[in-house]
Each structure stands twice: as C-alpha cells, then as structure tokens.
Design a protein around this ligand. Structure first.
Ligand code: NAP
Ligand code: MG
Length: 489
C-alpha cells in the first residue's frame, strides 16, 4: 500500500544531536518522476557546520577505538535490525528521490541490511597475525588499528548500499565518521543515518552533514583533522579528492566510473546474453557504475543477437518506479536527463545508428518526469564518444567484432576497467577473457552489474585507485597494520 507523502526537513547529525545548519538554508530534493514533488529538504551546510562535524568525530576517536571490536559489532547488528524494520519506507523514499523502481530499491535496502550483518560479525574475527620471530624468545604479531576520522563521500545512484558499505567497515574497525552524501540522495541517506542513530552509537562516532559538493565535499577533503577519505563518484571529482589527500598525506580510496563491456561470442547462449545485457544495461536506467554499456558481438551471431535484443527491449515499460508494472524508472535528475539526451545526439552526429529508443517519453503522465526510453545504437566505432565516455544512462552501443581476440582488444580499449562480462560456452574463450580482460570484476555468463557483498569490489585503470571495498578487502583500507615485537625482560 502506498503511504500518503509529506515532504519533511532533515537535519545534520553532529555530536549526537540533530541540528540545523548555521546558514538556516535548506536544499530541496525533488522526485525525478515528477519534478514538482518535493521529497524532502536537507541542510545547506557551511564550513562552520563542517568544522563542528569533523571536530566531533575527532573527539570521539579515542573512546571508539578503545571500546573494542566485538562491542562495535553489536551496534551494527542493532542498526541492521532497525534498517530492516524500516525497509519499506526507506526503499520508497529512494524510489521517490532518485527514481529506481521500488523492487530495485527494496533489493538495495535489503542488501544494506546484509552488509551491516556481515561487518557486525567482523567484530568477532581476528584482527592480526602471529609471525615467527628470528629471536626464539620473542613474540611478534600484527595488530590492525583504526585510521581515526574517516570522511565518507558517496554518490546518489546507490544511496543506501554505498554509504553502508563504507560506514559499516569503517565503524567496526574502530574509525569515527563524517558522512557527506550526494545531494540528490541526501534524504534517503538521512533515513539510513537515523537507523544508525537509533542503534545508540556513542557521541560523536557518526556525523552526518549535507550540502554542496564544492563547499562541504571540498571542505571535508581539505580538513586538517581528517585521517582518511573514502570516495565513490565521478572521475573528475575523484581526481580532486586524490589531490587533496595526497597534499595532506592521508590515506584515500576512490571508486569511480566505468564503461563496462559485454562480449557475446559465436557459441554463446544468446537468450541468456540478451537477458543479461538488458538487465545490466537498463536496470536503474543504466545508472550503475557497473552498467553494461558496450556490447561487443562476434560477427557470425550479430544479426540474430540484435534481433532478439530489440524484441526484448521493446517489452520494457518505462514510468514511475512506484507503480507495479514499471520495469524502468526515470533518469535520476534533470542534469542526468540532459546529459543522456546530449550523448544520444552526439552518437548520431558521430555516425552511429540509433536503432531503438533514446527518446523522451511523451504524454501527459510523463511530462514532468525525466524519462528516456532504452536506447540501442549500432554501427558504433570503438573510438566514438558513446563508446568511450561514461553516459550513465539507458544507452547501449553494439559493436561488431571479427573474432574473440578482436573483441577483447575492443573491450580493453577504454580508460576504465571496472566490470566486464562474457557470454560463451567455449572454455578457451572464457579462460582468455579472465586472463586478458583489464577489469576489477570479470563475469562469465552473468551480467556486468552483479556484485556480492562478501567479495572484493573495485576497478582497475581510471575506475579506481586499486584498493577494494566490501568483503574482507575493506579491512585493508579502513585499518593500518601495527607490527608488535615483544620480549621478556
Ligand atoms: P559526483 O558528482 O562525483 O559526486 C559524488 C560525491 O562527491 C557527491 O557526494 C558530491 O556532492 C561530492 N562532490 C562534488 N564535488 C565535490 C568536491 N569538489 N569535493 C568533494 N566532494 C565533491 O558523482 P555522482 O554524480 O554523485 O555519481 C555518479 C558517478 O559515481 C558515476 O561516475 C559513477 O560511475 C560513479 N559510481 C562509481 C561506483 C563505483 O563503485 N565504482 C559506484 C557508484 C557510482 P554533491 O552531490 O553535493 O555534488
Ligand atoms: Mg553529482
């Protein structure tokens, strides 16, 4: 049942209190399915508010470090339960705020619960190794220690899962946090933070601040009390984060864009490949960093694959993601909507052929939303902008390859290296793909956008700084190793 909707105002959470910004200004968050619907208001924060947030995290770091890993895990179990109890409301808020369909939003929120439980149990796992010393009378071991105050900057496309997959490991390994979410997902993020707050985290451990990227994001990465920064977002902003962190010599982690290829070989199960390309390319309106955007098909099966792809894509229903029969929602924002339309124009200008979709949805019901129908291009040269740049929209480029070798070459002809898929039943093809593909996630007979929380996640090349998130890998970023040498006196 749909609840009656009322736009509320969300505050910053600093030093264990929900507070207004000193600016007394609010930013409105709107629904991309209807730009006249306000989803909520968040604080337009100032440098003063930011200083308060970082100082609060700094004051709490000693206490939180000493409380012990097992005790910290217990807070995450509580937060998981509270998130689970609020799953429907948070998922609906996400759909209203950034447009992904309700089933997708529910799936993402449930993923958030699972991530919290995974890291809660880390509280009971080892935090070091014993290493034999060459001195037989000595004990030598390593111990994982927290970094201190971690700045967390997140994008709008997974407004629940990404903040959680950063905050949960940061907290369990003993760091305090200042979270600055994307403005376009800030209401959803505030509701996630509420779950952590209700779990009873001690004063100052988690601080939440909203505001523009150029003031609050930039101020955070330059703040002298920050000990580390974890960022997911665009490549341009990421480079900026890297510069600021390098300048101050603090640890940083960046996960950025992708231009993820799918290779379909002559012996592929074409039905399976079509299903995966549609799901990987068009779910969340193509706004996943792991979305399939280049589909490289061996010549001999190209025509058959294309026919099937067109037939299945035509069945996609586009509309307000809160409605039951809708498969794909709007683009998340007006600027995203225009970016996608511009790329579609650019594709045509560069000589690619738009064979399906790529249009604004017409009709009274759609006129206030940012709707674009799923687009498929063919005759795409791998050097064209639509084959090289991250569009972050429901646009797929079909590229023909004469052989498997050429397909891999095209797939690797990208500055990005996040995720890649192959559809094949040939053992050699799949083994070569696993070896030769320059991507952090390589998937065989599975869509490019699938991720499991217990496995490392992250990209190569311009997609990432090479560190990994999720699973055990998160420990590498959120802790430092102390080597301890002990000898009796
Ligand atoms: P974005 O524009 O780079 O923003 C990301 C975050 O950075 C937001 O919180 C933003 O705040 C903030 N920010 C903006 N300017 C800043 C500055 N000068 N200093 C510090 N922070 C600043 O990215 P987005 O549009 O939200 O998200 C889409 C991008 O994220 C895509 O490129 C996508 O591929 C990438 N992404 C990558 C992954 C991955 O794991 N590899 C996952 C999801 C998304 P405001 O919102 O207030 O501007
Ligand atoms: Mg942005």
């Amino acid at each position: 049942m749909q609840t009656i909707f009322k736009a509320e105002t969300y505050k910053n959470f600093i030093n264990n209190v929900w507070v207004d910004s000193s600016s007394q200004e609010l930013i409105k968050s709107i629904n991309p399915a209807n730009k006249y619907e306000i989803v909520g208001f968040v604080q337009n924060s100032t440098q003063d508010d930011l200083n308060n947030a970082v100082e609060s995290a700094d004051r709490a770091k000693k206490m939180w470090r000493k409380i012990g890993q097992a005790a910290r895990g217990q807070f995450l179990y509580k937060a998981a339960d509270i998130l689970e109890q609020n799953l429907d409301d948070i998922a609906e808020t996400m759909t209203r705020e950034m447009g992904k369909t309700l089933p997708e939003a529910k799936g993402e929120t449930a993923r958030g619960v699972a991530i919290l439980r995974y890291y809660a149990s880390e509280g009971m796992r080892k935090d070091g190794d014993v290493i034999p010393s060459s001195d037989k009378d000595a004990l030598m071991f390593t111990k994982r220690v927290p970094l201190g105050v971690v700045g967390v900057i997140t994008p709008w496309n997974f407004p629940v899962a990404i903040p959680i997959w950063k905050m949960a490991p940061a907290l369990v390994y003993g760091n305090t946090i200042v979270l600055k979410p994307a403005t376009e997902g800030a209401v959803t993020a505030a509701k996630v933070v509420e779950c952590f707050v209700k779990a009873g985290l001690p004063e100052g451990v988690l601080n939440f601040i909203t505001g523009s990227g150029s003031v609050i994001g930039q101020g955070l990465i330059e703040h002298p009390l920050l000990n580390a920064i974890t960022f997911t977002g665009s490549e341009n902003v990421g480079k900026n984060v890297a510069r600021a962190a390098a300048e101050r010599g603090i640890k940083f982690q960046l996960e950025m864009g992708g231009k993820n290829p799918v290779i379909v070989t002559r012996d592929a199960n074409l039905d399976l490949a079509v299903e995966a390309v549609i799901s990987g390319g068009f779910r969340s309106s193509g706004q996943k960093c792991t979305a399939s955007s280049r589909v490289i098909v061996e010549e001999t099966v190209y025509a058959e694959f294309k026919e099937k792809l067109i037939e299945e894509t035509k069945k996609i229903t586009v509309g307000n993601g809160l409605q039951k029969d809708i498969w794909m929602g709007p683009c998340a924002s007006e600027s995203q909507f225009h970016t996608v339309l511009d790329y579609i124009e650019k594709g045509k200008e560069e000589g690619a052929t738009l064979i399906l979709g790529g249009e604004e949805l017409q009709g009274e019901e759609f006129k206030n939303g940012f709707y674009i129908t799923p687009a498929i291009f063919e005759n795409v040269n791998p050097k064209m902008a639509i084959a090289q740049e991250e569009i972050f929209g429901p646009v797929i480029a079909l590229i023909k390859a004469a052989s498997m070798e050429e397909a891999i070459e095209i797939a690797n002809d990208s500055k990005y290296g996040l995720s890649a898929s192959i559809f094949t039943s040939n053992l050699n093809s799949l083994l070569n793909f696993i070896d030769d593909m320059e991507a952090g996630l390589v998937r065989v007979n599975a869509e490019s956008a699938g991720v499991e929380l217990q496995a490392p996640f992250g990209g190569m090349k311009a997609s990432s700084t090479g560190s990994r998130e999720q699973g055990e890998a998160a420990k590498e970023f959120f802790t430092a190793i102390k080597t301890v040498f002990v000898k009796g006196s």
